[in-house]
Ligand binder design. Structure first.
Ligand code: AP5
Length: 210
């Protein structure tokens, strides 16, 4: 199963990727998580990447595409993978095709802009894994701690209101056109009502994928 999760920032891609990963035993590849790791590292790229993340704009394709293709060619992706956050524009979708990476399913998590704000303001994340929680809707077992590692959860730098606004603008301009691209492709495309609660959304996704 080579799956893409599409949706607005905060639609629940990371949350659902985790459920799918646990059920189907395939890895989640989150480009946002990869880039946050780079931005927190001591590498030459860190400062450059941090600038894009903090501004809410897309990291240039020449930085992310090669990283992503390399990651998808690793052994653990042989039986399938879940892409969370990639592709973000038409060129990235075409880069997957050019790299010979076939996609079977696209699941679009549909939600309104107004819901997004409340979701992001209550979000807490485990930066190393990308696992995300919500203080009300999807709380960790122990407050402020990741369920799997017990490590600290933090607020993301790009979850400030002005950056959220920019991320939404970028979504509508660059990412939303992918919906038509995938609908008109051979890939199986499904839409899920992502405004439902976490469990209902995952049940709906499981129905589609089994
Ligand atoms: P990225 O990390 O990919 O962020 P995003 O797409 O903006 O999506 P989010 O992670 O914010 O949200 P999500 O849909 O995963 O929602 P979540 O499950 O956390 O990208 C960040 C940045 O990296 C970009 O701005 C860009 O700069 C860069 N980047 C990444 N990929 C790139 C690429 N391919 N090319 C170039 N640049 C790239 O849920 C949100 C909250 O809601 C959580 O608190 C959660 O607990 C809660 N929640 C989830 N589901 C529900 C539900 N059903 N009901 C109630 N609450 C829920």
């Amino acid at each position: 199963m080579n799956l893409i999760l599409l949706g607005m920032p905060g639609a629940g891609k990371g949350t659902q990727a985790d459920f799918i990963k646990n059920k189907f035993h395939i890895p989640t590849i989150s480009t946002g998580a990869i880039l946050r790791e780079v931005s927190n590292s001591n590498s030459l790229l860190a400062k450059k990447v941090r600038g894009f993340l903090d501004a809410g704009t897309l990291v240039p394709d020449e930085i992310i595409v090669e990283m992503l293709v390399q990651r998808l060619n690793e052994d653990d992706c042989k039986n399938g993978f879940i892409l969370d956050g990639f592709p973000r524009n038409l060129d990235q979708a075409k880069a997957l095709e050019n790299a010979g990476i076939a996609i079977n399913n696209v699941v679009f998590l549909k939600i309104s802009e107004s819901e997004i704000i409340s979701r992001m303001s209550g979000r807490r994340v485990h930066l190393p894994s990308g696992r995300s929680y919500h203080i009300v809707h999807n709380p960790p077992k122990n407050e402020g701690r990741d369920d799997e590692t017990g490590e600290e959860l933090v607020l993301r730098n790009d979850d400030k209101p002005e950056v959220i606004k920019k991320r939404l603008e970028v979504y509508f301009q660059e990412t939303e056109p992918l919906l038509d691209f995938f609908i008109n492709s051979e890939i199986i495309f499904d839409e899920v009502d992502a405004s439902k609660n976490v469990e209902d959304v995952s049940n709906e996704i499981f129905k589609i994928l089994t």
